[in-house]
Design a protein around this ligand. Structure first.
Ligand code: PRP
Ligand code: URA
Length: 208
């Protein structure tokens, strides 16, 4: 699992415990999705290329570095939306491109319903945001779309992954690094992550 990073940061694990709790209310759940997503960003961006720049401080010249590439955030609707604001706090100049997919309840296959990407890729780095990596179908289909768009450097940023989803992404897109706050045990017979947190979209938007 060399292209998979799972955070063991104690603060993040603390927040994850509250997120998983079935008694956590919608407002708190949304805050935690944002905060956990934000806390993953330093690791996600730790290998990005930089450019040397000279900055005038009040005390003189400082040799500094700035991020070289344009970065796009690609939230998968709906649940990925909750990770956008946290990522934007860390990366305020990102472009945000939404991809709408839902999982067909019977087949568990992703169905595309929203894609307004322009004809050519406008960013060098794409961060796909979705809290749940279950079968991996939604993430894989989104990355297919981004590759057809011309994206070269794609990373997946999730909160909870199942081994089945990680394996699927590694098979379909071995070039894509995966960042998670937890790697859980398995999928159940209706494709939900166990122990997971239930339905991430419903819990964020109060639609359970
Ligand atoms: C959830 C989740 C992922 C997908 C994961 O979305 O946010 O997009 O399921 O499952 P997979 O790895 O098996 O594809 P869902 O389809 O429930 O849509 P929603 O976010 O609109 O609720
Ligand atoms: N989507 C979710 O929101 N939760 C799961 O456990 C699996 C897919």
């Amino acid at each position: 699992m060399s292209n998979v990073f799972v955070s063991h940061h104690p603060l993040l694990q603390h927040k994850l415990a509250i997120l998983r709790d079935k008694t956590t209310e919608t407002k708190k759940f949304r805050e935690l999705i944002k905060e956990i997503g934000m806390m993953l960003i330093p690791e996600v961006t730790s290998d990005l290329e930089t450019t040397d720049v000279l900055v005038e401080t009040p005390m003189g010249a400082a040799q500094c570095k700035t991020l070289r590439d344009r970065i796009g955030l690609i939230p998968i609707l709906r649940a990925g939306l909750g990770m956008v604001d946290g990522a934007l706090e860390m990366l305020p100049k990102c472009e945000v491109w939404h991809i709408g997919l839902y999982r067909d309840e019977k087949t568990l296959r992703p169905v595309e319903y929203y894609n307004k990407l322009p004809s050519q890729a406008t960013v060098q780095v794409c961060l796909v945001l979705d809290p749940m990596l279950a079968t991996g179908g939604s993430a894989s289909a989104t990355i297919d779309i981004l590759k057809r768009w011309g994206a070269q450097h794609i990373k997946f940023v999730g909160i909870i992954g199942a081994p089945e989803g990680v394996k699927r992404l590694q098979t379909d897109h071995p070039d894509v690094q995966i960042y998670l706050a937890a790697l859980d045990e398995k999928l159940n017979d209706i494709g939900y992550i166990v122990p997971g947190l239930g339905d991430a979209g419903d819990r964020q938007f109060g639609t359970a």
